[in-house]
Write a protein that binds this ligand. Sequence first.
Ligand SMILES: C[S@@+](CC[C@H](N)C(=O)[O-])C[C@H]1O[C@@H](n2cnc3c(N)ncnc32)[C@H](O)[C@@H]1O
Length: 248
Amino acid sequence: MYSETYDRLIARSYDDFYAIVRDPSGDAGFYRELARESGGPVLELGCGTGRVLLPIAREGISCVGVDASPEMLKVFRDKAPPPNLTLVEGRMQTLDLGEQRFRLITCPFRAFSHLLDVADQLAALARIRHHLAPGGAFALDVFDPKLDRLAARFEPESLAVTFQHEGHEIRRWDSSTRDHTRQVLTVHFRFEGGPPEMSGTTHMDLRWFYRYELEHLLFRAGFTEVSFYGGFDRRPWAAFGETIVVAR
Ligand SMILES: C[S@@+](CC[C@H](N)C(=O)[O-])C[C@H]1O[C@@H](n2cnc3c(N)ncnc32)[C@H](O)[C@@H]1O
């Protein structure tokens, strides 16, 4: 279960290490711009600690954030989000927000990659279409697999990031294994240097998507207009980088 993975070790230090390894991508600015263009309301699936959604909500745009992990949501709630933001614990595959419809639905930073099989991916896309307002957009990003690395079944441990957390210098070491049959990458994290509750190991599974596979999947789910970008500055899509998609 991904919620358990995020609950254990990751939730409390998530913002500390992704400020270093993810914020420079410019993803938060890209989704904020889409939110402004849409005028809201905005629904983020896999909103985590609010790294992307909280700045949007703070602009006064009506927002709902959904996440499967209670601990990630607790970190988000502790940031005292504004009253125009609602947080819901749940899985995107079974999401039911009643009559609510959204001009923009987002799934930033590979949250969609946690849907490991086609049944879960299609279930989530059906819930997304159900919750989209007429003319609304669904935006997500996943990674495009680097083929030289993809060939390896196992990648040995290396230092992924060193970060500060409540006065401790913590190191996160990553290793990975791949199941080529299922297109599933398992990343093993080992945290060291923190207090006992912040040290130890966990892992997460990520489904890798090929660009045309994702395009077919979105059309199969009923989207009719699908744009691909290769960076959060909206550059044209190119292999081995980010795969960013806006679908209507
Ligand atoms: C890499 S984090 C991204 C968090 C946030 N979107 C960001 O950009 O910082 C992925 C998030 O997706 C959540 N998640 C994983 N599977 C999910 C599912 N099936 N439904 C809803 N949330 C899920 C995890 O709990 C985690 O908070």
